[in-house]
Design a protein around this ligand. Structure first.
Ligand code: WTA
Length: 637
């Protein structure tokens, strides 16, 4: 497969960019023409950011799985679509060709239908990184059901919240998941989430760990048994449901600055076109290359660059069940050597954690197959960038620093491997179709180079979010109301003298911990659920490996036992309410929080103290009780 829209050199980037701005409809219409449509669109784009109402490829009809599977069968049927590396290196890996994947997706799509799932139904998927996860996602898309994948590290309570929010009546899960030396009992977490929940009709359970599970009669069924049933029915094919370009493809929940995660909704056609376009161009994918994205499919990176983008491009995507440090810190390098991986796409936090093990684990592995390296999820510091460049890429692989978000669906700002130059710690230039602007607090656009401000985008690209599930107003207020006629990213950035963007981090109350987005308000709500907690305030602080750590200031009532035990209790509460990923790294007990006379918590002061700053705390004269600041400074952990 060759890609008519693949950019080949710097001049090609310039001309594509120019055309995408002067004639966005002509530009994206050309790109979209290389996909398979049941019916072509009437108009490329209809939009306003006011409501917002954004429609790409108006009245086009398609099914994304026909683009990811059916259309490749003739040419790539025997090529590997998914290579799966299990958690335990001793266990056999799996290679799933495009033909196999087509068959498995069709079969499981029939299982979904047999269990009553219909177009438009929401299906929650809570699984480990096994091929069945990708199959489940694609099977939903095949029949037009809307998948909502929930990362395996979220708690029963978080799952329940997401089930209610989306009114998801179907769940696909596993008995358990292997991650390093752990065995996570996923089905049992689902059972907890479903206590008292009456609207879930079916839970389909795939076998992985064969840890004991409870199977409720009438509700819970085994994946394998259901497959057998459709096998005996004969015809394994499942015709793809015809979808409108703007029908929702999936919901993915993400944290914002308010307490409740938002269900970001992506549509079928725009998402497909943009993830494929960005996949091919950013990584400069060449037919036959093996692409290894280390993310979990529970996050947007896995959706876009393990599943949909690579498969629509007919690529070979490598899916890894385990963790980078088990059985040892050479696991990534081992996998690259074993499969002769060409593209490695990972997170700065993983690079920093592996750096900490020194060069020993890297040595003895042949990494010469690598052509392109990528990072995503958080700003990459220069030290990690250079280590990645020298010791992994051996100074011959471009590093693409890809900036994007759950809401953007695909990479918006990044260099393109070997086409446009990289620069340590800079995401560099916008992709064609992306028009970034920096604005000041008042929304005034900052022109020219060498400026910094809040990062906005002023024209829609095909994979922009369409709404937040069940609450369109929330989508408008969150993303389109801060600055008129612009999508607001929530990130700050600076544009250097050459026009390269450097993302400086969130400007709202959202933390980025190991590349995971966590709202401070969400963590505070969780801490406050502990019976003894009166009040709390959560801020981020620089963390060597995680990028940001979570620092919690807690006002506590009556302690049971000592402080250390109480801290453990609070961590346990957060684990129960959100999941282990949101556990604070530090908890400081305080007698009060610094508040203004109107009762607003002065987070600026808390942030500074958590960052280790004790001198220049700024103006504290408006505080109700300036005394608490001294206490907080003295008690810093
Ligand atoms: C941050 C992940 C700097 C940013 C794809 C953004 C980055 C948030 C980069 C989105 C990068 C992502 N450089 N910061 N290359 N990539 N971010 O929704 O703050 O999980 O707003 O999407 O991660 O996180 P999300």
């Amino acid at each position: 497969m060759s890609y008519s829209f693949q950019i080949k050199d710097a001049a090609g980037y310039q001309s594509a960019y120019k055309k995408s701005v002067s004639d966005p409809e002509g530009f994206w219409g050309d790109v979209a023409s290389s996909f398979y449509w049941r019916k072509k669109w009437d108009k490329v784009l209809d939009w306003n950011f006011k409501e917002p109402n954004i429609k790409w490829f108006v009245n086009g009809k398609l099914n994304i799985t026909e683009n990811c599977l059916d259309r490749h069968l003739g040419t790539l049927g025997n090529r590997p679509a998914i290579i799966w590396e299990p958690n335990d290196p001793e266990e056999h890996h799996r290679v799933i060709t495009y033909r196999d994947l087509y068959n498995k997706v069709s079969q499981f799509a029939n299982v979904l239908k047999n269990n009553g799932v219909k177009k438009g139904d929401r299906v929650c998927i809570y699984m480990g990184m096994i091929p069945e996860l990708a199959i489940a996602v694609l099977a939903c898309a095949r029949i037009g059901a809307i998948h909502s994948v929930v990362f395996g590290g979220f708690s029963a309570q978080s799952i329940a919240d997401r089930l209610y929010d989306a009114n998801a009546e179907y769940i696909i899960t596993c008995d358990g998941a292997f991650r390093g030396n752990k065995d996570i009992p996923l089905k049992s977490v689902i059972d907890d989430a479903l206590v008292g929940c009456r609207f879930v009709k079916k839970v389909i359970v795939a076998t992985r760990t064969r840890t004991p599970v409870s199977m409720l009669k009438g509700r819970d069924v085994w994946w394998e048994d259901e497959i057998k049933k459709v096998e005996t029915m004969g015809n394994p094919d499942c015709p793809a449901e015809e979808m409108d370009a703007e029908d929702p493809l999936f919901i993915l929940y993400t944290s914002g600055s308010t307490g409740k995660p938002k269900g970001v909704v992506h549509s079928c056609a725009g998402y497909m076109v943009y993830t494929t376009y960005s996949f091919v161009n950013v990584f400069q994918y060449q037919p036959g290359d093996i692409h290894f994205c280390t993310a979990d499919i529970g996050w947007i990176t896995g959706h876009s660059y393990i599943v949909y983008g690579p498969l629509a491009a007919g690529a070979t995507t490598l899916m890894f069940e385990g963790v980078p440090t088990w059985p040892d810190a050479g696991r990534f390098w081992d996998i690259i050597d074993k499969y002769k991986v060409n593209i490695l796409y990972t997170a700065p936090t993983a690079i920093r954690s592996l750096m900490g093990f020194g060069l020993g684990p890297v040595q003895g592995h042949d990494l010469s197959s690598l052509k392109v390296l990528g990072t995503v999820g958080e700003p990459i510091n220069e030290e990690a960038w250079h280590w990645y460049d020298e010791h992994i890429g051996k100074k011959r692989c471009p590093i693409v620093d890809t900036w994007w978000q759950t809401e953007t669906g695909g990479v918006l700002i990044s260099n393109m491997a070997g086409i446009t130059p990289g620069k340590p710690a800079h995401a560099t230039l916008p992709l064609p179709g992306v028009q970034p602007v920096l604005v000041d607090e008042k929304g005034v656009e900052l022109e020219g180079n060498g400026v910094s401000g809040n990062l906005c985008i002023k024209h829609p690209w095909p994979s922009i979010l369409r709404t937040t599930y069940g609450d369109h107003e929330r989508c408008r207020v969150n993303y389109f109301a801060t600055y008129e006629n612009m999508y607001f990213t929530g990130d700050g950035a600076l544009r250097d003298e050459e026009g390269n963007y450097r993302i400086t981090g969130r400007v709202d109350d959202v933390l980025n911990v190991s590349g995971h987005r966590i709202g401070t308000a969400e963590v505070e709500n969780a801490i406050n659920m502990h019976a003894g907690v009166v009040e709390s305030a959560v801020v981020g602080y620089p963390h060597d490996i995680k990028g940001q750590g979570i620092y919690a200031y807690v006002v506590f009532g009556q302690m049971h036992g000592d402080e250390a035990l109480t801290r453990q209790d609070i961590l346990q509460t957060v684990t129960r309410v959100i999941g282990p990923i949101a556990k604070p790294d530090k908890i400081q007990f305080v007698s009060g929080l610094p508040k203004t006379r109107s009762g607003k918590i002065m987070r600026r002061i808390l942030r500074k103290v958590a960052e280790g700053e004790t001198e220049n705390l700024g103006d504290t004269s408006t505080l109700l009780d300036p005394g608490v600041v001294e206490e907080i400074k003295n008690g810093k952990i």
